[in-house]
Design a protein around this ligand. Structure first.
Ligand code: BGC
Length: 383
């Protein structure tokens, strides 16, 4: 029997073939969305990586709320950090005929066939926070200035070590060194991890060159420093191994470059379990972070974690929605970077948001006074 659904699928496939032949299958180009449709007739598919980390839960909530306020229906799925699950979820969204896709990938290079299918069905794709790589079928990218995240992390480390003053200039009473540090990176399949690393290493390199900083483990390549899937436990284990292997003869560890708060907390656990600290004042090494997660803000307020980077996910969600609305109306979304994000096939037009370094001295101003967190949440370390 030929039911309506078969017909729609058949029609989409036929349109896809025509679209591909006509314009090479680029997202909004191949047929494209119905630019006259009202939001109330449109569903936006939102694919998110994991609910384990606070930041992705906040992102998801903000996106859903913002889209619903505009009248859209939202199909949001979390993939439990499992690539096949995310692939299936996106396949389903494409089959259902969503009007647009917002994707925060687990592995940026693993979704090519889903993106091809989306393009064939005329569904525009926006990469959310993480770049989708190795595919032509990405229409737009919203993210933060990821290189600057790394620069800020390195500067926060240098500040915590007393090498930079509060104006982030060379401190008058800077220690001579060499100060020992260890370096952690994120997941290699996340393009962001490479930019965070590059921003940080570019900033730290002069200090390695003049021997103000040393890395006793010698693990200075991103491959050696990487943390698969950004897992807290993996970072904690690596820190434990580094301590037993390279710091068992009284060598002093002064600081750790950590790329994200969950990893920072794993690293801090390892350090404290080895008898360091428990606070910075009591000799805990300086540990950086990212995402301003509430548990880490408590640690910063308590003088345990040294810094984090605040990325306002409310703004990112808003920007993603603005971009989706433009694409759905058949317009080009406003980009502020059309050079940086080469995904291996094309440079994806992007909108980058600014980030802020958070320290014990400014967390109140940035996060409490602005209403992002309450005093009570900071005190309890919970939302
Ligand atoms: C995000 C970071 C986050 C990390 C781990 C990156 O892609 O940009 O904000 O800490 O993933 O979830």
């Amino acid at each position: 029997m030929y039911n309506r659904r078969d017909f729609l699928v058949g029609a989409t496939a036929a349109a896809a073939v025509l679209g591909l032949a006509a314009c090479g299958g680029s997202g909004a180009g191949s047929g494209g969305p119905d630019t006259d449709a009202a939001p109330s007739d449109q569903t936006v598919g939102v694919a998110m990586p994991t609910q384990t980390y606070e930041r992705w839960v906040a992102d998801g909530n903000n996106i859903k709320k913002g889209l619903e306020e505009k009248g859209f229906t939202v199909d949001m799925q979390y993939a439990d950090d499992d690539i096949p699950t995310q692939q299936q979820q996106i396949d389903q969204m494409v089959n259902k005929g969503v009007s647009a896709l917002l994707i925060a990938s687990i592995d940026g290079a693993s979704l090519s066939s889903q993106l091809d299918a989306a393009a064939a069905a005329g569904i525009p794709v926006i990469a959310y926070d993480r770049l989708l790589t190795d595919s032509e079928n990405v229409d737009f990218y919203v993210t933060f200035d990821n290189y600057k995240v790394g620069v800020n992390q390195a500067n926060a480390l240098l500040f915590g070590l007393g090498l930079l003053d509060e104006k982030f200039e060379k401190a008058a009473d800077a220690p001579k060194g060499p100060l020992n540090v260890e370096l952690f990176a994120g997941s290699l399949d996340d393009n962001n991890a490479h930019l965070f690393w590059k921003g940080a290493i570019d900033t730290l390199q002069p200090y390695f060159d003049d021997k103000t900083l040393a890395v006793p483990s010698g693990q200075m390549d991103i491959e050696q420093a990487a943390t698969q899937r950004w897992e807290q436990e993996t970072a904690q284990k690596r820190m434990e191994n580094l301590l037993t292997t390279h710091y068992n003869g009284g060598e002093e560890l002064a600081g750790v470059l950590a790329p994200a708060d969950p990893l920072s907390r794993g690293i801090i656990n390892a350090l404290q379990n080895a008898g360091l600290g428990p606070t910075l004042e009591e000799g805990l090494p300086v540990v950086t972070g990212q995402d301003a997660e509430i548990a880490s803000i408590k640690l910063i307020a308590d003088g345990v974690q040294s810094s984090t980077i605040f990325k306002d996910t409310r703004q990112l969600a808003e920007q993603a929605i603005v971009a989706a609305e433009s694409i759905l109306k058949g317009e080009d979304p406003e980009a502020n970077d059309t050079e940086t994000y080469d995904n291996g096939v094309k440079v994806v037009p992007s909108y980058l948001l600014e980030v802020q370094m958070v320290l014990e001295s400014n967390y109140k101003e940035i996060l409490v006074d602005s209403g992002y967190y309450t005093e009570e949440q900071v005190k309890s370390g919970q939302l």
